[in-house]
Design a protein. Structure first.
Length: 193
């Protein structure tokens, strides 16, 4: 049993960081790839297939914890929460967890208890990580679309909280919301004005 893990939302100025853990079915869904390489329609289609055929879970770390832990610590926590939730769902532990990137939560989160291997570019080369990248991105995008309804000035339905020119302009005019990451420099600078 091998889980794939990836996250979405490390770089944005607003919103949570979301990680997903996926255990692929056999045969695995075809057409899996890094979520960033897929268009929105294909991602949504694959998400439906993955959710129907595979086992999956997400871990969400909100803005307050991102500001408290820093984004790296929050990402490690989100990954830990996702794997733990998938273990609880399955009632068993993975043999190994494959994680996109160059670091794992092993030794960085006290709750992490699974053998883990970091794979740089894993979201493009390991199908279980590709599936996790799709689940994480789609989950986070839905959260940001909902947040855009409450905070319509920032264009989150399009920029998903990233520091695009329109988001930065709105931040200048309207100031930060409770969903903005106060520990991120552009938001912190707005708080000083």
């Amino acid at each position: 049993m091998i889980f794939g893990v990836d996250e979405a939302g490390r770089g944005p100025l607003a919103g949570p960081v979301v990680a997903a853990a996926v255990l692929l079915s056999k045969p695995r869904p075809s057409g899996l790839d890094d979520s960033k390489k897929l268009n929105a329609a294909r991602r949504a289609e694959l998400e439906t297939i993955i959710k129907r055929r595979c086992q999956w879970a997400v871990g969400v770390v909100e803005v307050e914890d991102i500001d408290r832990l820093n984004i790296f610590g929050a990402t490690m926590l989100a990954m830990t929460l996702a794997v733990d939730a998938l273990c609880a769902k399955l009632g068993s532990e993975p043999m190994e967890v494959l994680i996109d990137g160059n670091m794992t939560p092993a030794g960085r989160r006290p709750e992490w208890r699974w053998p883990a291997r970091a794979i740089v570019g894993g979201d493009a080369i390991e199908p279980c990580i590709s599936a996790a990248s799709i689940i994480a991105k789609e989950h986070r995008d839905r959260m940001m679309n909902a947040a855009a309804q409450q905070h319509p000035h920032y264009g989150w339905e399009k920029n998903k909280g990233y520091g695009t020119p329109d988001h930065m302009a709105a931040l200048q005019v309207h100031g930060p919301t409770p969903l903005h990451r106060k520990s991120f420099a552009p938001v912190a600078q707005m708080l000083l004005l």
